[in-house]
Each structure stands twice: as C-alpha cells, then as structure tokens.
Design a protein around this ligand. Structure first.
Ligand SMILES: *[C@@H]1O[C@H](CO)[C@@H](O)[C@H](O)[C@H]1NC(C)=O
Ligand SMILES: *[C@@H]1O[C@H](CO)[C@@H](O)[C@H](O)[C@H]1NC(C)=O
Ligand SMILES: *[C@@H]1O[C@H](CO)[C@@H](O)[C@H](O)[C@H]1NC(C)=O
Ligand SMILES: *[C@@H]1O[C@H](CO)[C@@H](O)[C@H](O)[C@H]1NC(C)=O
Ligand SMILES: *[C@@H]1O[C@H](CO)[C@@H](O)[C@H](O)[C@H]1NC(C)=O
Length: 255
C-alpha cells in the first residue's frame, strides 16, 4: 500500500484557477462559481452529464449527495458544500478506475480516461450553454490522477521513471486543453495555479494516524479506519483532504 501510494509523488496533482475580469451574467447561474473536476474514484461521484445539471440548491446536479463515491462524502462533496464560502456549482467529470490515457495504462474496468473526460467537458459545459454560463473569472479546474496509473503499471518492466515522465506529458497535454477551453486563455495571463501534494498529505496522516483520529494506518472498513476499503481512503480521510484544499485556496473567491 505504501509503495503504491508513494507513486502518487510522480503524478502529483495540480489544480488551476483563472481570474481574468469579464462581464457578469445577472442571474443566479451566472453569479455562481463553477468547479470542473477531473480524476478517478478518489474524486468521482457518478455524475452523468445527460442527467440533472448542477444548479443552485443542487450544486452537483446528479446523483444526490454524497453521490456514488463508494465511501460516503468525498473531498469534492465537502469542499463544494461545507468549506465553500460561496455557491459553487460542481461538474464532476471524474470516473472510477480512470487512468490518464487508456492506451498507456489500461484501466481494470470500463471507464473514461482523462482524455475522454476532457472530451466530455469540451462538448458540453465548455461551450458555455445557458445551463452553465461560467466565466473564466469564476471557474476552478481541478485534476487528480495517479493511483490507477501507478497501480495498473508498476509491476511492468522497463524504466518506470521514464514512463512516469511519459504519463506526466500526457497529463499536462490535457491540462493545456482545459486552459485553451477558457475564452481568455490565448495566453495564460490571469491563470493562478495551486498544487496540493496528495502524497505528502497521505503520508502526514499515515505516519501519525491516531493524531488524526484513526485507529492505525492500515485497517479498513470499520468506523475509525483511515481506509474505507483496500484501495480507497474513508470519508473521514476525505474530510481532511477537503480541509487541506480549502486551506490552500483560502482567501480566493471559492474558500
Ligand atoms: C446517463 O443518463 C442518460 C439519460 O438519462 C442515460 O441514457 C445513460 O444511460 C446514462 N449513462 C450512464 C452511464 O448511466
Ligand atoms: C455552500 O454551498 C451550499 C450548497 O450549495 C450552500 O447551501 C451554501 O449557501 C454555500 N455557502 C456559502 C457560504 O455560500
Ligand atoms: C495515448 O497514448 C498513445 C500511446 O502513447 C498515443 O498514441 C496517443 O496519442 C495518446 N492519446 C492522446 C489523445 O494523447
Ligand atoms: C491494481 O492492479 C492490480 C494489478 O494490475 C489489479 O489486479 C487490481 O485489480 C488493481 N486494483 C484496482 C482497484 O484497480
Ligand atoms: C484563512 O485565512 C484567514 C485570514 O485571512 C485565517 O484567519 C484563516 O485561519 C485561514 N483559514 C485556513 C483554513 O487556513
């Protein structure tokens, strides 16, 4: 478990935000802040873009809170509804089992990789339909991948570090696509980037689990365990990640 998690280091997550001034749309959807999230089961809550869309009073659209996370409320649930300082409408494109590029690392179940998630965003909300009149001033993008890329490939031969660089090139190619989706992104002027180091965050807690209210670093499935199962942190751990991210983004328009 520890060696798999330490692999997250090579694929440290990145989140970026924009803050270019733009005209505001004077209805509640237009005043809302938007969050477009990409990732795997650590972020997914089973959102279907063809279903009910996020709106005031229902910030995730579908499914109902906390969503199909498998572990209860996840970090995105907490950050959108508990640690938010404003209304945030969250489009969660993350999909359980996702890797960055399925050709590079095959998933263990049918899913949408990072590329397909960005495809889905580009075909929908990126077009700024009336259902999502976001502006780059109020848009937060987050990206968290790595656990499946590492888990599903670390037993293969060859130079793993070189392969991690290949994965990261793919990763940042998709981040570039997200940046291009913004109207004011002909240059990166106005874009603020934040990095939350998930590997360090996991290790801080796992090195001292009782300090954070967990029974130990390895048990799973029971109340008080850090792990919900043998692959996923519990909702209480997600709550810590959510507070970390909210602290990182403290004093922005979102938190
Ligand atoms: C998403 O919702 C649409 C419309 O309700 C439905 O046809 C489709 O099967 C759903 N997709 C998934 C993966 O559940
Ligand atoms: C945080 O989000 C929830 C759910 O959308 C909303 O009810 C609440 O008003 C928001 N908090 C603030 C301070 O705007
Ligand atoms: C995914 O990886 C494969 C293998 O390296 C590559 O040929 C393909 O171009 C990648 N897809 C995208 C959209 O970058
Ligand atoms: C992790 O990788 C192993 C080996 O490829 C695979 O058998 C297992 O299903 C993977 N676990 C998950 C949760 O995807
Ligand atoms: C956010 O910043 C304020 C000062 O502006 C500080 O009082 C507060 O403790 C910070 N919150 C977090 C979670 O870091």
């Amino acid at each position: 478990m520890f060696s798999k998690l330490s692999g997250l280091v090579a694929l440290a997550c990145a989140a970026f935000t924009t803050s270019a001034p733009t005209k505001r749309v004077a209805d509640s959807l237009g005043w809302a802040k938007y969050w477009f999230a990409f990732g795997d089961s650590y972020t997914s809550r089973g959102f279907n873009v063809s279903g009910t869309l996020p709106a005031p009073g229902n910030p995730f659209g579908n499914p109902a809170y906390p969503g199909a996370t498998g572990v209860g409320a996840n970090w995105l649930d907490f950050d959108t509804t508990v640690y938010n300082r404003t209304l945030i409408l969250t489009y969660d494109y993350a999909a359980a089992g996702a890797t960055i590029n399925t050709t590079l690392v095959a998933p263990t179940l049918a899913t949408r990789d990072f590329i397909q998630q960005v495809d889905e965003f580009e075909a929908g909300a990126a077009q700024r339909p009336t259902s999502a009149p976001w502006t780059s001033f109020g848009a937060l993008f987050s990206v968290w991948f790595g656990i499946n890329d590492i888990n599903n490939s670390y037993e293969e031969g060859g130079d793993r570090e070189t392969f991690s660089d290949v994965l990261l090139d793919e990763y940042f190619a998709q981040v570039e696509r997200l940046q291009r989706a913004q109207a004011f992104a002909s240059s990166h002027w106005g874009v603020r980037q934040f990095v939350w180091d998930s590997n360090s965050a996991f290790n801080v807690v796992l090195d001292n689990p009782t300090k954070y209210g967990f029974v130990d670093a390895t048990s799973y499935g029971q109340t008080g365990d850090f792990w919900a199962n043998d692959f996923h942190p519990s909702s209480n751990a997600h709550n810590i990640w959510a507070q970390d991210v909210a602290a990182l983004l403290n004093n922005t328009i979102w938190f």
